[in-house]
Design a binder for this molecule. Structure first.
Ligand code: ADP
Ligand code: MG
Length: 178
């Protein structure tokens, strides 16, 4: 069963975006990304998680990240949403040459898009490494602990409880946008 506040059918999709930064003014980059999302036609920013200071995942030899998850409502198709996210990443200064899982000014990933399960060359939704990443599960759990993740058929809090990711995820700021 899929529970997205009753908004998963029809045109409007409830979607969760993971945002992370570990280069330059990290908090400023996240704030700008949220502001740009909220100013994008047909995207409504509904809620934002607490901010977390997290140990890097993948390549170890890089600065710690600040991470959060953003809940939005949108009528955009996921492919179009990915284009919007990539354009925002670029406008904030992310270089195409940034190594995979390496340091970056901003990383914006689609974690969940309505009830949909998508597996195309450009897009995998829910995000394929969701269940392995506490830096995504912890802020996601702030927003929707009881949400059943499409395809995994387990709640966010259940997946978080069973997650073996040992990298540190520390609460940095609860009311950071206000
Ligand atoms: P990661 O987000 O895993 O750290 P990147 O940000 O470098 O890695 O993403 C590389 C590519 O992953 C993107 O260009 C995009 O096409 C693809 N991708 C697949 N699924 C998703 C998703 N759910 N959200 C964002 N990007 C995705
Ligand atoms: Mg990404």
């Amino acid at each position: 069963m899929c529970d997205h506040d009753g908004l998963t059918v029809g045109e409007t999709k409830t979607t969760y975006i993971s945002a992370g930064s570990n280069l330059g003014d990290r908090k400023e980059h996240l704030t700008i990304a949220i502001d740009k999302l909220s100013k994008t036609p047909d995207i409504e920013v509904v809620n934002v998680s607490s901010l977390y200071e997290t140990e890097p995942w993948g390549m170890k030899d890089q600065p710690d990240f600040l991470n959060c998850v953003i809940k939005i409502k949108t009528t955009s198709a996921p492919e179009r949403l990915l284009i919007v996210l990539k354009a925002i990443e670029k406008s904030i200064g992310r270089k195409e040459s940034n190594e995979r899982w390496g340091q970056r000014e901003i990383d914006l990933d689609i974690i969940i898009y309505g009830c949909e399960v998508i597996d195309s060359p450009e897009l995998t939704i829910p995000h394929p490494r969701l269940a392995e990443r506490c830096f995504v599960l912890e802020p996601l759990s702030d927003l929707c602990p009881d949400l059943v993740v499409p395809g995994l058929d387990l709640s966010v809090k259940h997946i978080l409880k069973g997650c073996s990711d040992s990298r540190s995820v520390k609460l940095n700021n609860k009311d950071w946008l206000f």
